[in-house]
Ligand binder design. Structure first.
Ligand SMILES: *[C@@H]1O[C@H](CO)[C@@H](O)[C@H](O)[C@H]1NC(C)=O
Ligand SMILES: *[C@@H]1O[C@H](CO)[C@@H](O)[C@H](O)[C@H]1NC(C)=O
Length: 180
């Protein structure tokens, strides 16, 4: 009886000592062309080596899913990465041992918006964590209005220069008239 209770406790602790994958933030908000760092944390095991670690991260949208990061036996597999993310994803190798997966995504596009799911597989368990990213477009009117402000500034300066020039000539004439 005691033996079976002990066995049950051992078994449940094995199961409930579960492997978890958390996200540090459930949703991110960013602007187009900006950079962002998405972070997942997972249970570590001091007895397990990093080459038993497999990670698969995908962006899932209404239309499709695209791979942004793939780690196979502790080694990155760039061939798995979707063209959409080519050259735009970097990861922190140093913090992976601490159970932190940090993915830096640069030059964000609006189509990067969606659900990001990372599945982590280890010799002591596997699980997944998800977060949302919303990339908003920068308003296309901005450069135009900046151009207009520049134009108005230029016109204003020209007008000021003309006025100053007129004033100088006027003063010149005044002083000449006074000389006579
Ligand atoms: C995951 O989140 C839970 C609840 O906040 C926390 O207790 C646990 O330590 C976290 N685990 C990891 C590996 O981040
Ligand atoms: C994304 O952000 C914009 C601007 O803040 C907001 O209007 C929109 O509802 C957000 N979309 C999602 C899916 O969260």
């Amino acid at each position: 009886m005691i033996c079976s209770i002990l066995l049950l406790i051992i078994l449940t602790s094995c199961v409930s000592g579960t492997f978890v994958v958390n996200v540090t933030q459930t949703s991110y908000q960013a602007e187009e062309n900006h950079d962002i760092t998405l972070e997942w944390t997972f249970t570590t095991n001091p007895h397990s080596s990093s080459n038993s670690l497999n990670i698969f991260c995908e962006l899932i949208t209404d239309l499709r899913s695209s791979v942004l990061f793939h780690l196979h036996k502790g080694v990155e597999v760039p061939e798995s990465q979707d063209e959409q993310f080519a050259g735009r994803v970097q990861w922190d190798k140093d913090v992976l041992r601490e159970g932190r997966l940090r993915l830096h995504v640069s030059r964000l596009r609006t189509e990067d918006s969606g659900l990001y799911v990372c599945k982590v597989f280890t010799s002591y368990g596997s699980n997944s964590g998800r977060c949302w990213l919303n990339v908003t477009a920068t308003s296309p009117q901005q450069p135009e209005s900046r151009g207009r402000i520049g134009l108005y500034c230029g016109l204003g300066l020209t007008a000021a220069a003309l006025l100053a020039g007129c004033f100088c000539i006027f003063r010149h004439f005044l002083s000449r008239n006074q000389d006579f």
